[in-house]
Design a protein around this ligand. Structure first.
Ligand code: SF4
Ligand code: SF4
Ligand code: SF4
Ligand code: FES
Length: 589
């Protein structure tokens, strides 16, 4: 471990004393509040130092230095801003723009693009060079994540997040000069690569070089079609983040306003994916108890995160038997809408158009899985909108979410317990499962519903939870697949034993999903402060619920009695469970 020594240096004429492990950029920002412009830098990823937007003048060194990549030193004298530096930064950004399409007005990131912001901040007001620039075709026929390499500025943030946070290693910089691009190996399209569709590259990209595959057109078309009964259901994490798109303070729960907005957009019914999150817990707890009683296929691996399921199939196929066969809450809800709800209302399932509103790009891939389609091959989930797409559609309609009254989810697929709300954050599925499992084992609901041992936005937790004198559960919780690998490798090598492992592909769980809003000013993706605020919103909703355990949601109990029969029974299995298979290309772990 490196030992920190304090050093004193001068930044813009002011003496500061900081640990020698800091970079010039960090020292300027933390000590003097000077935010040096940057593009390739991300504090939670390794340093690349490629964009050079963050240059500063260090006395005695003949060339400008990248402040994100150079550590402070005793006696250093740094200037972060003078006419020559300003000119040089502007030149650098102008050169980036001159190799970039003139497409801001028609671009997905217009108004929310880091390159635009840096161009404004550095004073770029005209395009100077009109010569050659790079040309690449747009790749927009993938199921979940599309690419527009012309908009790439080669900052490498996507490469690093895919390597360092997700451990997928799908992207690399290839070619030279105007032919340089970031792509999967052999320039394969995303759907033919080891990509697990998590969308973290979309979240990390400062431009629109990566975007989610658009489903908004299909949804507008269905909403305008009088023969369609258009139904939305909204994932647990959405209620904690949708308000960000309308300038509401971070961590403001806004489920009621979202319901009202969706009705105004023309949705015939608005249900809550939380309902099927409760259902997932009932089925998963039942599955766990069966495996536990026979001591087989443990640890049980949770299966609600579709990015993680893709990772399982491509990177750890030998652990497929351990995965819960429960469908994700999205897939359970869509299945019920095309069966139970269709039968109850007498509407032909072909005329029901189901739109899932999700924090996730991988859900767009999941809805195309053949095993989650109707017998005629049509999708059970007809379209998946990310939080970002939903915000855009609401704005496009001229609605300002902040000024809407709260609406109520429709019944009977709209009631949920607090356990379902916390599904949206890392550890939430585990906590919701423990609320039910403890009652199943002991015959009594837990005195304290809050299993705070499994909470926290850290990427990896292992805990022992004493249920009673006979049983202590060993559980693992991981978010971000590099963290998950540590738990999975220990299981594969037989080094550790767990009863249940919860894995969420995205950092922080669904609150950090690849389809969530780009963070507001002052925050960034992977930012623990941002994730903690979003998680807080979900815990607050949970605390306010009368029913905290999925096992006590009366609407769920009624559904089993009226329609599904027993948890894990034949009908429940047919409608609520699925299967997995090894998938190519295999990932290298
Ligand atoms: S979607 Fe995820 S796995 Fe695929 S390239 Fe992007 S970060 Fe990597
Ligand atoms: S695709 Fe985006 S994140 Fe990746 S290198 Fe290009 S600009 Fe950077
Ligand atoms: S953790 Fe959430 S956002 Fe990430 S892939 Fe899974 S469901 Fe999607
Ligand atoms: S932000 Fe420092 S080189 Fe890119």
């Amino acid at each position: 471990m490196s030992q920190e020594n304090m050093v004193t240096l001068t930044i813009d004429g002011v003496k500061v004393t900081v640990p020698d492990t800091m970079t010039i950029m960090e020292a300027a920002e933390t000590q003097l509040g000077i935010r040096i412009p940057r593009l390739c830098y991300h504090p939670d990823l390794s340093i690349q130092g490629s964009c050079r937007v963050c240059i500063v003048d260090v006395k005695g060194i003949p060339f400008y230095q990248a402040s994100c990549a150079v550590k402070v030193a005793q006696g250093m004298e740094v200037e972060t801003n003078n006419p020559a530096i300003r000119q040089a930064r502007r030149d650098i950004v102008e050169l980036l723009l001159d190799n970039h399409p003139r497409a801001c007005l028609t671009c997905d990131r217009d108004g929310n693009c880091e390159l635009q912001n840096v161009a404004y901040a550095t004073g770029v007001r005209e395009r100077l060079f009109a010569g050659e620039r790079k040309r690449f075709p747009i790749e927009n026929t993938n199921l979940a994540v599309d690419r527009d390499p012309e908009k790439c500025i080669l900052c490498g943030r996507c490469v690093r997040i895919c390597d360092e946070v997700q451990g997928v290693h799908n992207l690399s910089q290839q070619g030279r000069g105007f032919h340089t691009l970031v792509a999967p190996a052999h320039d394969a399209c995303m759907d033919d690569s080891v990509c697990i569709q998590c969308g973290q590259c979309v979240a990390a990209c400062p431009t629109a070089a990566f975007t989610e595959h658009d489903h908004t057109e299909e949804v507008w078309k269905a909403l305008a079609d009088p023969t369609k009964h258009v139904v939305a259901h909204t994932a647990p994490a959405i209620r904690a983040t949708i308000g960000e798109g309308f300038g509401m303070p971070l961590g403001t729960p806004a489920a009621g306003k979202l319901v009202t907005a969706l009705r105004r957009l023309g949705f015939d019914r608005v249900f809550d994916t939380n309902f099927s999150a409760d259902l997932t817990i009932i089925e998963e707890a039942n599955e766990f108890m069966q495996r536990f009683s026979k001591n087989e296929r443990l640890p049980l691996l949770t299966s609600c995160s579709p990015g993680w399921v893709n990772f399982l199939e491509k990177f750890y196929p030998e652990l497929i038997p351990n995965a819960s066969t429960c469908r994700s809450p999205m897939a359970m809800m869509s299945s019920l809408l095309k069966t139970y709800y269709a039968e109850k209302t007498g509407i032909d399932p072909k005329d029901i158009f189901v739109v899932a509103i999700m924090p996730c790009t991988a859900k767009k891939f999941e809805c195309n899985r053949p095993e989650l389609c109707m017998p005629d091959g049509t999708r059970e989930t007809d379209a998946v909108l990310t939080t970002r797409e939903t915000i855009w559609m609401i704005k496009n309609y001229g609605i300002d979410l902040r000024h809407l009254p709260d609406g109520e989810f429709d019944s009977p697929l709209g009631e949920s317990s607090g356990g379902a709300d916390i599904f949206g954050t890392t550890g939430g599925v585990m906590e919701a499962a423990l609320r039910v499992a403890v009652e199943k084992v002991t015959g009594q609901a837990p005195e304290n519903m809050e299993f705070t041992e499994v909470r926290a936005v850290e990427g990896l937790r292992e805990r022992e939870l004493k249920v009673n004198d006979e049983l202590t559960l060993r559980v693992g919780v991981a978010n971000g697949l590099t963290n998950a690998k540590q738990l999975l490798d220990a299981v594969v090598k037989g080094e550790k034993e767990y009863h249940i492992i919860e894995i969420m592909a995205c950092p922080g769980g669904c609150i950090g999903g690849g389809g969530q809003p780009y963070p507001p000013e002052g925050y960034r993706i992977l930012d623990k402060r941002l994730l903690a605020k979003r998680a807080e919103a979900l815990y607050k909703i949970d605390q306010g619920k009368k029913v905290r355990s999925s096992g006590h949601n009366p609407a769920i109990l009624n559904l089993y009695e009226e329609y599904l029969g027993e948890p894990g029974g034949e009908k429940a299995h047919r409608l609520l469970h699925t299967h997995y298979a090894p998938r190519l290309p295999r990932g290298i772990r």
